[in-house]
Design a protein around this ligand. Structure first.
Ligand code: BES
Ligand code: MN
Ligand code: ZN
Length: 508
């Protein structure tokens, strides 16, 4: 695991493998950004190299230069921050996160890296630390399945570099806390990424539950974990998740993960969709749509990581995470389109399409969360293809029963570098879920599919509890090349938003 520290030393004096500095896009090409603290001869050299490379200073650019005069580091990486001048000190948090993340990904194999981007205040130090940590991520395929590398006696890729954030804002309490928070949240987010990237033959409901227990007991914080197995789920009347899981040889689980500090200033609930593989069930998916469906548990991964982070940060709020884990498969016992199941709260639901399984497991999870009457509930789920159609692959959709709370969720996302957009739940769409056969059908037609899915979930929220639903079908899994601080594969989207929300509830 990457280690983060903070320093106010002169960057050129740091004896590291690589020093990261910024560049800006000016009318005359790339210029070194403020905050580098390099001696004049280093600046002259780097400017000449940037000119020769025809660097622009655009985001996504990273040039590595070795043997820079007057710099102790073996190499200097110049990372683009976008528009600015050589004197600009204030950059957006996302530009800093992405420049740091992109730069670190390009030198992940190094042992020590210092990052000297423009950081005039604690917020910008936090952004650099966050982005740098995120950029160091690598899914270590040796961990579960050694494969060829093990046969050849190869070694694992290493834990990632020790990263020193060079602070332009001193190293007072706010700066030190920002960097240590970035390390805790970053490690939790990396865990979420690992869970998402783990192949589905290794990560199924019981092994997911085992992984949670293992991580919780390895943590220095006190996190309790309890598991409902398929018998307990049937006995408890969780007909939604039982129905989804019954076509698989790997039976479903609901894992409850709690952080309950003494003197807590309230209690909140997080519910995650945890379909460890979504084949679609009998309404089987076409091959192109199925290949990424190991990531259909990304909501549960974000919830698990958030409870971990909240506990490790010692936040004075009770946080309970409900991981609704099932494998959606078309086995002989699988549920059929037109089956009617009864949910935890007694609502009967007509199944019209076995591929609309996420809302069934979440409905039960939201009932269970509501029983404890938390201050609010947030569910997070790779719920609909309609989310990707509406908002694309980088912006999540946020819905809910309370406009103020929904706005707080979107704001927490923006503050953590996770983009989302508030979507409405038009009352008129509720009629799409009417059916003569049961209390409610679980889906409407294609139009407004992200919204009707959320309207269905809203039916299971306890009276008077503010609730928000985050549809992360797009942003949870990056099928393209890595960009900025976002790796290919599992992104860990949601951890920043949820941790931010819990912190807000704690008054931080
Ligand atoms: N897991 C999928 C949604 C999804 C699609 C996530 C693409 C990530 C990327 C979900 O279970 C699903 O299959 N939804 C259906 C619902 C439909 C049958 C009402 C969909 O969106 O097509
Ligand atoms: Mn599905
Ligand atoms: Zn799904």
């Amino acid at each position: 695991m990457t280690a983060l520290s903070v320093s106010t030393k002169t960057a050129s004096d740091l004896p590291v493998d690589t020093l990261v500095v910024g560049s800006v896009r000016t009318d005359d090409g790339a210029a070194l950004a403020a905050g580098h603290g390099l001696p004049r001869k280093a600046v002259v050299h780097l400017q000449a190299v940037l000119a020769d490379l025809e660097a622009t200073g655009a985001p996504g650019e990273a040039h590595r230069v070795v043997a820079v005069p007057g710099v102790k580091a073996t190499s200097v990486v110049v990372a683009g921050l976008g528009d600015g001048t050589a004197r600009t000190t204030s950059f957006g948090a996302d530009a800093l996160r992405d420049a740091a993340g992109h730069a670190l990904r390009s030198v992940r194999g190094k042992k020590t890296v210092a990052v000297a981007l423009p950081t005039p205040d604690a917020e910008s130090v936090a952004a650099v630390a966050d982005g740098a940590f995120a950029g160091c991520y690598l899914y270590d395929k040796a961990a579960p399945l050694a494969g060829r590398r093990a046969r050849k006696g190869g070694t694992a890729p290493g834990a990632g570099p020790k990263v020193t954030v060079v602070s332009g804002a001193g190293q007072g309490k706010a700066v030190r806390e920002a960097v240590s928070r970035a390390g805790v949240v970053g490690a939790a987010r990396d865990w979420a990424r690992d869970l998402v990237n783990t192949p589905p033959n290794l990560l199924y409901p019981q092994s997911f539950a085992d992984a949670v227990k293992k991580r919780a007991s390895a943590s220095s914080a006190k996190i309790s974990v309890s598991v409902l197995d398929e018998k307990a789920l049937a006995k408890g009347g969780f007909g939604g998740i039982v129905g989804v899981g019954q076509g698989s040889a790997n039976p479903p689980r609901i894992v409850t993960m709690s952080w309950s500090p003494s003197g807590a200033k309230g209690s909140v609930a997080l519910v995650g969709k945890g379909i460890t593989f979504d084949s679609g069930g009998l309404n089987i998916k076409p091959s192109t749509g199925m290949v990424t469906m190991k990531s259909d548990m990304a909501g549960s991964a974000a919830v698990a990581a958030t409870v971990l982070a909240a506990a490790e940060l010692g936040l004075p709020v009770a946080v309970t995470g409900y991981l609704c884990l099932a494998e959606n498969m078309p086995g002989g016992g699988a549920q059929r389109p037109s089956d009617v199941v009864v949910m935890r709260d007694g609502t009967s639901v007509e199944i019209l399409d076995t591929d609309a399984e996420g809302r069934m497991v979440l409905g039960d999870g939201i009932c269970l969360a509501s029983e404890k009457k938390p201050d609010w509930i947030v569910d997070i789920a790779t719920l609909t293809g309609a989310q990707v159609v509406a908002l694309g692959e980088e912006v999540a959709g946020v819905m809910g029963n309370d406009e103020d709370f929904r706005a707080r969720v979107v704001a927490a996302g923006a503050a953590s570098g996770e983009d989302s957009w508030a979507m409405p739940l038009p009352a008129a769409l509720r009629a799409k879920l009417d059916t003569p056969t049961a209390d409610i059908a679980h889906k409407g037609d294609r139009d407004g599919g992200m919204l009707t899915a959320a309207i269905f979930l809203g039916e299971f929220v306890g009276e008077g509890i503010p609730w928000a639903h985050i549809d992360i079908a797009g942003p949870s899994f990056n099928t393209k090349a890595a960009r900025g601080r976002v790796p290919k594969g599992g992104t860990g989207y949601g951890v920043g938003t949820l941790v931010g929300l819990v912190e807000q509830h704690a008054g931080r």
